[in-house]
Design a protein around this ligand. Structure first.
Ligand SMILES: [Fe+2]
Length: 276
C-alpha cells in the first residue's frame, strides 16, 4: 500500500477514534438531566396485608378523608399534607415500604430516565418502571406537580374528628443500606453532591428541594429497606404528640424534643417532627 495513503488512513482512523472518545465524553458529561431537577419527595408506596385498614390507621393520624383507586385491585391513599401514602395489598409478603417517589420538572418525554440509564442506573419493567439502587430499593419519577392520579376517587371519610396532627408534608426519608459508599455513589449520580454527613447514626444526606433523603448503614443481619418516612406537622410538641398517640393506642417507639417515632398497625415505623 502507498505509505502516504497508509499514514493518511491511520491518521483518519486516529481522528475517528479521538472523535468517538470526545463524543462519548461529551455524552457522559452532557447527561443533561443530572443531577435531577426535582421538586422533592412526594409519595411513598406501602405493601400491606389490608390496604384499607392501613389507610384508616394513617387517616386518623394525618387526614380523615381517604382516597382509593376507582377500580380493583384495592388500593387506598392517605394524604400527609402535600405528600401521600399509597397502600397496595398483598397477603403473601411481609409489610414494607416498597417505593419512594420524587417529582421531576421538565422531563416530559422521559429524558430523566434516559439520563439515569446513561450513567448505568437500571429500571424495572412496566409503565411505572422504577430506578433500582444497589440494594434493589425502588425510586419512582413523576412529573410536577404530582398529586393523586385521575384514576383515584374519594374513599371513605373515616371520621368528622380532627386528625391527631395537621400534616404539612415530607421532611425526609431514611434508607437502610448494605453499603453506604455504594449507595451514596448511586444517589450522588441522581441528586448531586451530598450534604455534610451526620454521625450517630452515620448518615449521608441529599437535599431534594424542601425534602431530604438520608442513607444509613443497615445493622448486622438487617435487610436493606426504605426504613422510615419523617412527616412535618404543624405546631409540633413532642410531649403532646406522644400523649395524643398513646391515647389513640398507637405504639410510640422513640421520642426526643424534636421527633417522635411510632409504629403503624403493620409494624412499619413512621416519624413526625416540627416544620423547622
Ligand atoms: Fe408511586
Amino acid at each position: 500500500m502507498n505509505p502516504a495513503l497508509l499514514s493518511r488512513r491511520s491518521a483518519m482512523h486516529g481522528l475517528g477514534a479521538g472523535l468517538a472518545l470526545a463524543v462519548k465524553a461529551f455524552g457522559q458529561s452532557a447527561s443533561p438531566g443530572l443531577p435531577l431537577k426535582n421538586t422533592g419527595l412526594e409519595h411513598f408506596g406501602l405493601t400491606v396485608p389490608d390496604s384499607e385498614a392501613a389507610a384508616r390507621f394513617y387517616g386518623r393520624i394525618f387526614d380523615t378523608q381517604l382516597f382509593k383507586e376507582k377500580d380493583p385491585p384495592p388500593r387506598f391513599y392517605a394524604r400527609i399534607g402535600i405528600s401521600y401514602l399509597a397502600f397496595g395489598q398483598r397477603a403473601d409478603t411481609p409489610p414494607f415500604i416498597d417505593h419512594f417517589c420524587a417529582l421531576t420538572d421538565g422531563y416530559a418525554r422521559g429524558e430523566a430516565r434516559k439520563a439515569m440509564e446513561d450513567v448505568g442506573i437500571t429500571f424495572g419493567n412496566g409503565a411505572l418502571g422504577m430506578a433500582t439502587d444497589p440494594d434493589g430499593l425502588r425510586f419512582q419519577l413523576l412529573g410536577v406537580p404530582g398529586g393523586l392520579a385521575g384514576t383515584i376517587v374519594p374513599g371513605p371519610r373515616i371520621s368528622q374528628e380532627e386528625p391527631l396532627f395537621q400534616a404539612i408534608g415530607t421532611d425526609h426519608l431514611i434508607l437502610h443500606v448494605s453499603n453506604l459508599e455504594a449507595s451514596a455513589a448511586h444517589y450522588k449520580k441522581i441528586f448531586g453532591p451530598e450534604l455534610p454527613r451526620t454521625k450517630k447514626p452515620d448518615r449521608v444526606w441529599f437535599q431534594l428541594a424542601h425534602t431530604r433523603l438520608g442513607l444509613e448503614p443497615a445493622g448486622p443481619g438487617e435487610k436493606p429497606s426504605i426504613h422510615h418516612i419523617s412527616v412535618r406537622v404543624a405546631g409540633f410538641d413532642a410531649t403532646s404528640a406522644v400523649s395524643k398517640l398513646k391515647t389513640a393506642k398507637v405504639e410510640v417507639t422513640a421520642s426526643t424534643a424534636k421527633t417522635v417515632m411510632f409504629k403503624d398497625l403493620n409494624g412499619i415505623e413512621m416519624e413526625i417532627q416540627g416544620n423547622a
